[in-house]
Structure formats: C-alpha cells, structure tokens
Design a protein around this ligand. Sequence first.
Ligand code: ATP
Ligand code: MG
Length: 432
Amino acid sequence: MSKKIQAIRGMNDLLPDQSPLWQYFEGQVRALMGRYGYDEIRTPVVEQTALFKRSIGEVTDIVEKEMYTFEDRNGDSLTLRPEGTASCVRAAMQQGLLHNQTQRLWYQGPMFRHERPQKGRYRQFHQVGIETYGLEGPDIDAEVILLSARLWKQLGLDKHVTLELNSLGSIDARAAYRDLLVAYFEQHLDALDEDSQRRLASNPMRILDSKNPAMADVIEGAPKLMDHLDEESRSHFEELTAILDAAGIDYVINPRLVRGLDYYSRTVFEWTTTALGSQGTVCAGGRYDGLVEQLGGKPTPAVGFAMGVERLILLLETLELVPDEARPPLDAYVLGMDAAATRSALLLGEELRGALPGLRAQVHCGGGSFKSQIKKADKSGARLALLIGEEELAENAVTVKFLREDREQQRLSRDTLAEVLPALVDRPLGHA
Ligand code: ATP
Ligand code: MG
C-alpha cells in the first residue's frame, strides 16, 4: 500500500464537531458588522509578492521569514496572503473605492505564515478584520475599538481581555524618535541580542517589541515614544482616550506596543488575554495613514484591526463560553421500517421542512433493522423519532417516540403533525 498523504504541518482541518463553534463565532461577527454598517470585501488569497513587501515592510518577521512565496508558471513571484490589510488596500485602490468617499469594510478568511506551529499559532490561520478609509479623526479609531469591545461582550469574553493602547505619532515624529532610540541603544549595544543588534540599523522600534527577558531592563530604560509625540498626534490620542473613558472601555497604555508591521502611525492597540499562554494577542490593529500613498494611491487616512479566529475559538472553549445554542441538536429523526416506508419517510421529511422552516430533521437512509435504526436515532441527538411502519403507512399516521424524556409514544395523523411538532419539541419552528 502506498503511504497516505497527510495535511501540511500547521494547516488544520475543521472537523464536524468543531464547525458549529466556528459558525457560531462567524454568525456573531457577521451580525455585528451589519449593526455597525460595515460591508464585507473578499479578495484573492494570492497576490503579487511585491504587495506584501512594499506594505508590511522588508524588515519585518512576516516578510523576512514567514511568507509562502512561489513562482507561478509565468515566472511571476506570488505570495499566499499573510494578512488582510495589504490586499484590502490593493483592492480598494484598484476598484476605485477610495475616490472621494469613505469606506467601512470587513473581511474574513485564511492567512498563511510559515511559523513554528504551536497552540494558537498555525501556518494557515484565519482572521476577521475591518478596515476604514478616508476618516482621519479619533472618532473612527474609537468606533473600531468599540466595535471590537462589543464583540467581546456578545461572546462573553469582555472580562477576559485587556485593551492595550499606544500612539506611534506622526511619521515625522516617529523618524525623530527613531534617531533618539538608536542613540540610546548604541550606548547599550552589549545588552542587545543578535536579532536586536541587526534591527538597530533596519527597524530599531521593533527592538521594543522583543520578548527576550534578558533585554527587559534595557528596553524599560529606553526613551518612550509617548513622551515625544507631535502635538496633533497627542491631541488625537487624548480625544481617543476621552471617548473610551466616556464609553466605559478600560485600557492600559503600553509604551512598548509598536506592532510588527511597518505601516502603522498614531493609534495602535491590541486586545490580549492571559488565558492562552504566550499566544495571548487575540486582536490587533491601528491607524495606517501612510499605506495607501506608499502603495501608489492618494494619501488616505485608514484604521483597522485583525483578530485571530483560532485564538478566539480556543479562548471560548478554554473558558467554557460556548452557549448550547451553538450546537443545536436535531429536532427529529425520521425513519421508515422498510423500503416503502423509507420512501414515505423521505417525503415526510420534505413536507415537514416545507411547513416548518426552523425544523432540524434528518431522515434515516441506508436501511437496517428496527433496532439499529432506533439506535441511530438515539445517537443522532434528536429530541424525537418519527416512525413509519406498515400500520402507519396504512393509516396515514406517524408514531412519535420521545428520545430524551420518559414519555409514552404517540400515534399522530400525518396531516396534523406539522401543527403539533413545535409543541412536541418545545420550540418555535417557523410558520406551520
Ligand atoms: P504574534 O505576535 O502573536 O505573532 P502578530 O503581531 O504577528 O502576532 P498580526 O499580524 O497583528 O499578528 O495578526 C493579528 C492577529 O492574528 C494576531 O493578534 C493573532 O490573533 C492572529 N495571528 C497572527 N499570526 C497567527 C498565527 N500564525 N496563527 C494563528 N493566529 C495568528
Ligand atoms: Mg507574528
């Protein structure tokens, strides 16, 4: 026998026992986006490599070592998207969505990064994100954060996540601060690890983001960007925090929060949790006013975030916050005793679904003895078994067996079944 082919490491199958949870999460997200007036955008999973190099930045973890890049048959360099923002900007520019208008967009889908797979970190993972364009004030920064906060509330996560905030200032202020930072770290070269020494020339702000405990002290002593903000960025940040205060959203200002992608300016934020070990960031975002222009468009203010779906699903499971409604059981398992009755059972299934749009019913297929069919009915989790045998066929009737309660079975007329079913399963099933 030949060797079985396995999935690619770090790329997961979503199995039937997990998919209801994903659908629950996705349903919550979709409804939320509608409530805030955000429209969905879908872009291809593959883009030209240059898009990501030019937006995310050459000297970032993603571009340096995490991208799935390959040559297609024409010899073009393509990359599986490692994140959604660059694609979204590309699409919005290309399709004229940024011309004299504002946009509030959301997306969801798989992203690809060649990282070391571990809990909460995969090579194919999923993000839900929003991106807004053409709005420069702190009001929209606040809205983006309020929207994410509402999702946590809806999911019951609000007590389990913390909002960390920082401002990176304007691009000019950042450049001036960068010089200060380089000067400081040059005085402490011995305290920097190899990665950071290399970053000193290329991307010194990323040193602040280092997780190396040996560097904690030198990072702690570094000049803080917050203390060197330009006036406009300072008042932008102050208004943002004032709105959050008024809305009752707690936050922690984290001067070391710089984010791993190059395109941010002014507001940056992360929602973190302590319940997932070191993969604790569940949502991250900020303002990226320079990116559209950097990619060849007109200067366009922009702010957005991306959340990691796998981490949020893990969090919901870890905290046991998955409501029972996320996994609704079948209402009815319909079965016929023989071939003729099975035909009738299939038709009954169709009749009932036609009359009761909310009904969840499965019809037994594949034959088998009465005993084995009842076993299947039980295993299906359904509340009721709807049985059709010879007698039922003759009488145009259905026998209702209660699978989850100690209750005498009933024989009911097939014509009135749809009317009484909601009462039998104790929930509304739509029009009858
Ligand atoms: P991290 O510091 O955890 O590597 P990041 O800064 O690279 O995160 P972003 O690019 O900001 O992450 O992506 C936004 C969110 O997407 C993250 O906060 C996280 O929830 C999720 N995410 C990023 N990379 C992965 C991955 N490899 N597997 C699962 N989720 C991920
Ligand atoms: Mg990363």
